[in-house]
Design a protein around this ligand. Sequence first.
Ligand SMILES: [Zn+2]
Length: 280
Amino acid sequence: MINWKTLKKIDAHIHILPDEVHEANPGSEDAWLVTGLHQYATMMDNLGIEKAVIMPLNDPWLMSMEFTVDAVHRNLYDMKQQYTGSFYAFADIDTRNDPATSVQAIRRAIEEYHLDGIKIHPNNNGVTLDSDYYNEIFAYAQENNIPVAIHCYPNSEDDFCTAKHIVSIMEQYPKLTVIVSHMGAFQWEQLLPTKAYADLSAILPAYVREYGIQKTNEILRHFGPERLIFATDYPDSRILQPCEIYESYFTILDQMDFTQAEAERIAYENMSRILNEEPQ
Ligand SMILES: [Zn+2]
């Protein structure tokens, strides 16, 4: 049996707010502020997490005290620098800026700050995924071989982040590397015909609560180990306390029917390959 706690992993989707945001909010009990960079770094060994990918929130008020996308990128760069090799980080988008300015900021984030991908959260942006706003960003990412993680946890059929928008983006940008964060939640079936990767963040415990263990295993099997990516969304969860998240993931994954080689692929190899492909 596979022990997911000790299995070597990359957590491909976590949230850590920069030190300056923690310092500006002393004593806050907000879930976003439960764990800082240094505390998370001390937890990693015990959780079998060799590396973690820090995702921005497309919300500069959470990720900097200057409230600009450039300040967010600088903070992400600083976090990576403090623990070399332990953290990756994806670039942010601030839709108060026009599309060309957003692409410039992303270009700087990749070329100067050495960030590792782009995160799009249509709901936080208030800009639907099939809007023209993102065209230049997708074109830049496809041309330069930069992975794009897209929040897809729709609350309704006409949400900004629905699975059908992901399908449409992948038709328009067939060479784009897309990681669907939260697996499309309860619209997962619509993503099966695509080649998108699916990260397990936030949704895995929700599937088990909704469908039970066996059906959850079937859903993961539909995607297959070559498309699945271990990720939690720590410390964020709609149904769990931050301190419950990792144990919940390990308990569920221990009950899935993956072979050792399949588990290693989901836990580490798929994301490692995506992160280590050279930007062009
Ligand atoms: Zn997230």
